[in-house]
Design a protein around this ligand. Structure first.
Ligand SMILES: *Cc1c(COP(=O)(O)O)cnc(C)c1O
Length: 346
């Protein structure tokens, strides 16, 4: 499946690859400045300590992990490793996360969209029908952004059992869902890549760290192609500390889910709201009677949500991230005030 140039790539060999022992050595190998410890040193290019810790909490093996500068880097890596520019194509659900298409365009790879059904669910046969001999990647996101729902796991398994290329399942929001994560079946599917991120449940969007989980052959190629020092020392340290406090994350997730369900209910009864779609993520997709007007009104009240009304199948929809209880109440008050004003004008 690999691009021929990647298959025969001789990767850059950095000082820290050739010697990475820990301890009281005199390091005169990497042209670093001897002063300003500890940040004078290059980071571990393979993030070994971090992978040990991640493997433990994610239920995968360290050699099944590639760490990226955000999961956005791992999305781009998939194109660079597998897709020949101007020749190959990928198939993706629609609507979904915008970066799959942006990275396709940057890499000059044809991007084929397959519409989700009216319940925003995936149909394996339609995805497979969109493929040809040059289809290298299949993009699936579950829970999906911006639709917020889990996709049907049986349909996804059908794709995994049938599609000969690489299937990528982006599980950026799986911490907020009860569906079993696909990273637990990595060993059954040598052509499966699962993406996770520290940007959502972990509350660490600012450190830029994402992960790809896959079989060792794929991970070895990703490691060859990525920039050697793509994850800096501060990020690795911060992520290790966060992992040692994983109970915080569980508490945040539980609170956010509780707030999500409260907000879904409260917004769904407003007369300016047509529908709140069922969510398995940390945001809700809401169909309004006039999304553009409500979006502008909220901005004038100092509240920023995402206007998704121009996205396929999301006409009149706003995507609302679940905030703190206070933030959510601020939004609710503003929406209730607007709803009252609108009904008085009728
Ligand atoms: C937010 C999000 C990400 C996160 O990307 P990072 O680069 O890790 O911040 C990945 N995938 C989806 C679907 C997202 O919504």
């Amino acid at each position: 499946m690999l691009r021929p140039n990647i298959l025969k790539l001789q990767p850059y060999s950095c000082a820290r690859d050739e010697f990475s022992g820990q301890g009281d050595y005199v390091f005169l190998d990497a042209n670093e400045n001897p002063y300003n410890s500890p940040l004078n040193r290059y980071p571990d290019p393979l993030q070994k300590e971090l992978k040990q810790n991640l493997a433990r909490i994610k239920g995968v093996r360290p050699e099944q992990i590639c760490i990226g500068n955000g999961s956005d880097e791992t999305i781009d890596l998939a194109y660079r490793c597998f897709c020949r520019p101007g020749k190959d194509n990928v198939v993706a659900i629609e609507p979904t996360y915008g970066m799959y298409k942006v990275c396709a365009d940057i890499n000059d790879v044809e991007y084929r969209r397959v519409l989700l059904d009216d319940k925003f669910d995936i149909n394996a046969d339609r995805m497979l029908a969109a493929c040809d001999d040059n289809t290298k990647l299949m993009w699936i996101c579950s829970p999906n952004n911006p639709t917020s729902n889990d996709l049907n796991a049986d349909e996804i398994r059908k794709i995994l059992d049938t599609f000969p290329g690489i299937t990528i399942i982006d599980e950026a929001y799986s911490d907020f869902s009860n569906q079993k994560a696909f990273r637990f079946v990595l060993d059954q599917y040598p052509n499966l890549i699962v993406l996770n991120t520290m940007s959502k449940a972990w509350g660490l969007a600012g450190i830029r760290m994402g992960m790809a989980f896959a079989n060792k052959d794929i991970i070895d190629v990703f490691n060859k192609v990525k920039y050697p020092y793509n994850v800096n020392n501060l990020t690795q340290k911060c992520a290790n500390e966060a992992i040692s406090k994983v109970l915080n994350v569980n508490k945040w997730v539980a609170t956010i889910i509780q707030e999500r369900d409260r907000m879904s209910e409260a917004i769904s009864v407003l007369p300016i709201c047509e529908k709140v779609f069922p969510s398995n993520a940390n945001f809700i997709l809401v169909e309004m009677n006039d999304a553009d007007a409500i979006y502008d009104y909220l901005i004038s009240n100092g509240i920023i949500v995402r206007n998704r009304s121009k996205i396929t199948k999301c006409g009149n929809c706003l995507r609302i991230t679940i905030g703190t209880r206070n933030e959510n109440n601020t939004l609710l008050s503003a929406l209730r005030a607007l709803a009252e004003r609108t009904s008085e004008n009728k």
